[in-house]
Design a protein around this ligand. Structure first.
Ligand SMILES: Nc1nc2c([nH]c(=O)n2[C@H]2C[C@H](O)[C@@H](COP(=O)(O)OP(=O)(O)OP(=O)(O)O)O2)c(=O)[nH]1
Ligand SMILES: [Mg+2]
Length: 134
């Protein structure tokens, strides 16, 4: 059966070769896994607007510099998502989990060791390709 595709704004928040991750609560879809903060694009919003809103709501930052990074559609058994992934390279504020979720900064080189939602593998590969240090 063909379901509606859920459009999601996702922020790869980068600072000094590290990326900010948040733990999805066990009650959420793909719960217990680490994610790039973000959420669903609402009707009438641009993706950039959704990204700014979600990052303010979830991790209390104000995005000041971002650029489109990649898009990826992924079919979970229960829903299909279109992840619209943006690189956030500057922001105001000190990130904290406004919904009680733990946050962590992870070195780009360590991203391969993190348990992400199943859709995220190509995102991790692309970040590591583009920002490899050694
Ligand atoms: N934010 C985020 N969502 C992801 C990632 N990878 C991935 O498959 N997803 C999926 C999980 C969810 O089905 C969907 C995002 O929904 P969400 O739960 O963040 O949406 P939201 O913040 O608007 O939350 P809610 O109001 O519906 O509770 O995208 C990721 O890295 N970050
Ligand atoms: Mg969310």
């Amino acid at each position: 059966m063909q379901h509606k595709v859920i459009h999601v704004a996702v922020g790869v928040i980068m600072q000094q070769q590290r990326i900010l991750l948040a733990l999805r609560s066990s009650k959420q879809h793909q719960g217990g896994k680490w994610e790039f903060p973000g959420g669903k694009v609402e009707a009438g919003e641009t993706v950039a607007q959704a990204l700014s809103r979600e990052l303010q709501e979830e991790v209390a930052i104000n995005v000041t510099q971002s650029s489109a990074f990649m898009q990826l559609e992924y079919a979970y058994p229960e829903k299909t998502v279109l992840l619209d992934i943006w690189l956030v390279t500057a922001f105001d504020g000190e990130p904290h989990g406004r919904e009680g979720q733990p946050l962590r900064w992870v070195d780009i080189a360590e991203l391969g060791n993190i348990e992400f939602p199943d859709a995220n593998q190509p995102i991790v590969e692309r970040i590591q390709q583009q920002f490899a240090t050694s």
